[in-house]
Design a protein around this ligand. Structure first.
Ligand SMILES: Nc1nc2c(ncn2[C@@H]2O[C@H](COP(=O)(O)OP(=O)(O)O)[C@@H](O)[C@H]2O)c(=O)[nH]1
Ligand SMILES: [Mg+2]
Length: 229
C-alpha cells in the first residue's frame, strides 16, 4: 500500500473515531422463530449498507437461522437517508446517527420438536439434525445477551403475544437491564393486531413495522437512535 493510501485510510479512520467517540453499539435482534428477525436484519443492511448484501436466509420454515450472525459497522444515518430523500418527516430524535453491529439470532423457543420440521417436508434425519442445531442456537443466542448493548425484540403481530417464550425473554432482558424496543412485525397482514402486543407489554416501547414491506421503518430507526444512541 502506498504511503498516500495509508495516510488516507488513517485519516478516514480518525474522522470516524472523532464522529463516533463511543464504540459501535451491539444490537441483538431477538424473538420467537419466524417473527421476521432475518428479514429485519437484511432490511437494515439493505437500507444503510448494501442493497445486495444479505446476513441470512429468511424462509417460512422455523429455525432457518441456527447460528448467531453478526454484521459489524453499520452506520445508521437518518438525516441522509430520510430527510434528503424526501421521505416521511421523522419524529424528533436526539441523535440522527448511530453506529451499529447487528446480531441476527436463532429463534428462541421453549420447545423444539423434530417432527415439526418433518411437517415442512424434511426427511427425518435432516429434521433431527435441524432440531439439535436449533436447540444449540437458542443456547448460543442467550449467551450472546452477555455481550449485547440493546435488543430489538421482534414479535409477529398476527400471533398471540402472551407466550411463555416472549414472557421468559422479556423477563431475562429486564433482569439484565438491557434496553429493549419491541417491534410488532408483519403489520402489512390483514389480521395484524399490534395493539395486542402493546397491551401485553405496556412497560415497553412498541413500534409497529413491516420488515418485509418496509412500513414504518423510519420510526423504528428513530427510536433505535434515541434508545441505543
Ligand atoms: N407478511 C410479512 N411477512 C414477513 C414479514 N417479515 C418476515 N416475514 C416472513 O416471515 C417468514 C419468517 O421470516 P424470517 O425473517 O426468516 O424470520 P426469523 O425466523 O425470525 O428470522 C418469512 O416467510 C418472511 O418472508 C413482514 O413484515 N410481513
Ligand atoms: Mg432467521
Amino acid at each position: 500500500m502506498s504511503t498516500r493510501k495509508r495516510m488516507k485510510r488513517f485519516l478516514s479512520k480518525l474522522m470516524l473515531a472523532l464522529l463516533f467517540k463511543k464504540k459501535a453499539v451491539k444490537i441483538g435482534i431477538y424473538g420467537p422463530p419466524n417473527a421476521g428477525k432475518t428479514t429485519l436484519a437484511n432490511r437494515i443492511i439493505h437500507t444503510f449498507v448494501d442493497e445486495n448484501e444479505d446476513v441470512g436466509v429468511s424462509t417460512e420454515i422455523p429455525h432457518e437461522t441456527r447460528r448467531v450472525i453478526r454484521r459489524a459497522g453499520i452506520l445508521i444515518d437518518l438525516k441522509r437517508k430520510f430527510y434528503n430523500g424526501g421521505g416521511n418527516p421523522l419524529p424528533k430524535v436526539s441523535r440522527a446517527k448511530l453506529m451499529l453491529d447487528v446480531v441476527d439470532t436463532p429463534g428462541l423457543a421453549t420447545k423444539i420438536d423434530f417432527r415439526d420440521f418433518m411437517a415442512y417436508g424434511l426427511p427425518e434425519d435432516e429434521a433431527k439434525r435441524r432440531a439439535k442445531e436449533a436447540t444449540e442456537g437458542v443456547i448460543e443466542a442467550i449467551k450472546w445477551l452477555d455481550d449485547i448493548d440493546g435488543v430489538i425484540l421482534l414479535m409477529d403481530s398476527t400471533e398471540d403475544p402472551y407466550t411463555q417464550t416472549n414472557v421468559v425473554i422479556i423477563g431475562n432482558m429486564e433482569a439484565r437491564g438491557i434496553p429493549i424496543i419491541i417491534a410488532a412485525n408483519k403489520i402489512d397482514l390483514p389480521d395484524a393486531a399490534p395493539q395486542r402486543i402493546k397491551n401485553a407489554f405496556p412497560q415497553h416501547r412498541v413500534v409497529p413495522v413491516s420488515a418485509l414491506k418496509g412500513d414504518n421503518m423510519e420510526v423504528l430507526y428513530a427510536e433505535m437512535a434515541k434508545v441505543f444512541g
